[in-house]
Design a protein around this ligand. Structure first.
Ligand code: GTP
Ligand code: MG
Length: 611
């Protein structure tokens, strides 16, 4: 069977997964209601986190599809698949137009010489403007230095969620018989434009056909252990095949496959062999790693390595040593943390970890969400640990201190633009563009702001942004490179409310404290000395006693008892905690709690540490 291999790429939320799901459904490869976002965290958050494979059969051709995440923090998931496919569907929201991550994924694709098919999606949105979007996409291609071939891209218009596509946008908007349209215009275009995957005869050496396969993803199975998901470039892979594994730097080791699978819909099916052009899963190579070459030819050179961008932020992971350590977690020791992190490195290609210190692991990633997802997964598995405040990774070149910079694109109702520009201005961001934009809610009064500034300025900003735009703003950013250090930036305006006592918090005490700032804890929460229970609006550090009851001898003040209404707390999540925490604090993460604490728990120790 002929094979086509494609990846679906786009900015976050532009409709990759919905389109993939519709393709699976229409080709009969998956049932109604199945989704590629199979991971529990993905479903909770409504975003794709991991790149995933599926395969469908259309008009006698097999199409392998890799659905990728659109959030900038998961850019390495996209980078690692792009080398292994033959074309991409670049999805662009017909209303939003190209966004920061559209540029990132397109740039990576063009650099690899791929010829994208452009899908102008969500043309059903009230403020959709397919013609303008198409123009902007062309501009982006040209700006990114696309070749003539690449910039004469085929375009298809779609309402991916409804499983409809057409070569002209009007066809999708018309009522009547055309409303019956399905995805066949898109699928036909894939058959026509995507180069067929390699014919199986390639690479014959001395009469035999050698196997050349490169993993771009890893998976686990409880019985089979590690599975490599790889593109077969030459030859055939079979169960019980003796193979040589080549590292990108030229080392060779041997291994033996046990089982081979290919994709069918979202499932994997066991096969007797898989051949050049296809994407296969192989079991039996416990130490296989992304980017290595699996071959039957001992003298073969390794396939080019799979490159991914460097991390931009870093923080420390360490054993929980709070007074509540070990109460809630199953895995709490330094060794258990180390083993878990080692395992993570094998699949999380955008992550770097320094294991040199025995107790503290220095973890670098592609953004706060990238790290938060790892922490969330760990706590769900039963781990308990602490992390320090995330910092951007600095570099020095020719004696100049450099830091990562980002371009931020913000869509917001125009009444909030003043506050945004002011706050980001204080964080060393410079406005580079303002234009009128359109949104579903208020097509006339929306603006799109583009600002450029240090990543450092964004740390701790997102929560403020949500408040400043009343939840209506959308912010996305992309890394634009290392630039000279932008000077000091004050991360937060608030200070910490620190418990001076251990025990259970009381409603009475919290009622009294909530006037001084925002609380992180509810009544009847166990606290310890040195735990941060809230913030102070004025920015000072404040020692408080959240366990203090009403003084019995107090004269009963009128109305006091009835008036104990508590305002909603600021619920600490891993992400929010990482955002608001200070340099002298740790975020304590367990399967059931997220707590903020001072690194030094007593006032005395803190005073000493400052000297
Ligand atoms: N109006 C409209 N909404 C759509 C369409 N396709 C998808 N959506 C909605 O857009 C949202 C995001 O869709 P997803 O398919 O999850 O987007 P994605 O590109 O996979 O997002 P990430 O994987 O997180 O980058 C969902 O709420 C979809 O229901 C469409 O054609 N029209
Ligand atoms: Mg998705």
């Amino acid at each position: 069977m002929e094979i086509r291999n494609i990846a679906i790429i786009a900015h976050v939320d532009h409709g990759k997964t919905a389109l993939t799901d519709a393709i699976l459904k229409q080709t009969g490869a998956a049932k109604e209601g199945t989704t590629m976002d199979t991971n529990a965290l993905e479903q909770e958050r409504g975003i794709t986190i991991y790149a995933k494979n599926a395969a469908v059969e259309y008009k006698g051709t097999k199409i392998n599809i890799v659905d990728t995440p659109g959030h900038a923090d998961f850019g390495s998931e996209v980078e690692r698949v792009l080398r292994s496919i033959d074309s991409v569907l670049l999805i662009v929201d017909a209303q939003e137009g190209p966004m920061p991550q559209t540029r990132f994924v397109l740039k990576k694709s063009l650099e690899l010489g791929l010829r994208p098919i452009v899908v102008i999606n969500k043309v059903d949105k009230p403020a959709a403007d397919p013609a303008r979007t198409e123009e902007q996409v062309l501009e982006l291609f040209l700006e990114l230095g696309a070749s003539d071939e690449q910039s004469s891209f085929p375009v298809v218009y779609a309402i991916g969620r409804d499983g409809r596509a057409a070569l002209h946008p009007d066809e999708l908007r018309m009522a009547g018989p055309m409303a019956e349209a399905d995805l066949s215009p898109l699928l036909d275009l894939i058959l026509e434009k995507v180069p067929p995957a390699n014919p199986p005869s390639l690479g014959a050496t001395e009469g035999t056909v050698r196997l050349m396969l490169q993993p771009f993803n890893l998976a686990y199975d409880n019985f089979m252990g590690r599975l490599a998901v790889g593109r077969i470039y030459e030859g055939t892979v079979r169960p019980n095949q003796t193979v040589f594994i080549k590292t990108p730097d030229g080392l060779t080791r041997t291994g033996k496959t046990t089982k081979v699978f290919t994709f069918k819909g979202l499932e994997r099916v066991e096969v007797a062999e898989a051949s050049a052009g296809d994407i296969a899963l192989i079991a039996g190579l416990p130490d296989i790693y992304i980017g290595e070459t699996v071959t039957t030819d001992e003298s073969a050179g390794p396939l080019p390595a799979i490159a991914v961008d460097e991390p931009t932020i870093a923080l420390n992971f360490l054993v929980n040593n709070s007074p509540f350590a070990g109460r809630e977690g199953k895995y709490v020791t330094s060794r258990q943390l180390r083993d878990r992190l080692m395992k993570e490195l094998e699949v999380n290609v955008g992550l770097k970890i320094d294991f040199d210190a025995t107790e503290v692991f220095h973890v670098s990633g592609r953004g706060e969400l990238h790290i938060a997802v790892l922490l969330e997964n760990m706590r769900r598995e039963g781990y308990e640990l602490q992390v320090s405040e995330p910092h951007v990774i600095l570099r020095e070149e020719n004696g100049v201190k450099l830091e990562p910079f980002e371009e931020v694109v913000i869509d917001t109702p125009s009444e909030f633009q003043g506050a945004i520009i002011e706050k980001l201005g204080q964080r060393a961001f410079i406005l580079s563009d303002i234009r009128l934009a359109s949104s579903d809610r208020s097509p006339a009064s929306s603006v799109r702001l583009t600002l450029v500034g240090p990543t450092r300025g964004l740390l701790g900003y997102k929560n403020m942004f949500i408040i400043d735009t009343k939840g209506e703003g959308i912010l996305s950013s992309r890394f634009v490179g290392f630039k000279p250090y932008a000077g000091e930036i004050k991360k937060r305006q608030v200070g910490s409310m620190i418990s001076m006592a251990s025990g259970k918090s009381l409603g009475y005490a919290l009622w009294y404290l909530q006037d001084r700032g925002q609380l992180y804890i509810k009544p009847a929460t166990e606290v310890y000395e040195g735990m941060v229970v809230g913030n102070t609006a004025k920015g000072e550090e404040m020692m408080v006693n959240p366990t203090k009851g009403k003084n019995q001898s107090n004269v009963r003040s009128s109305g006091m008892d009835e008036a104990l209404t508590l305002v909603p707390i600021f619920d600490l999540t891993i992400e929010r905690g990482m955002e608001i925490m200070g340099d002298d604090e740790y975020l304590e993460i367990t399967p059931t709690s997220v707590r903020l604490r001072k690194q030094f728990l007593t006032e005395n120790d803190r005073a000493k540490s400052r000297r």
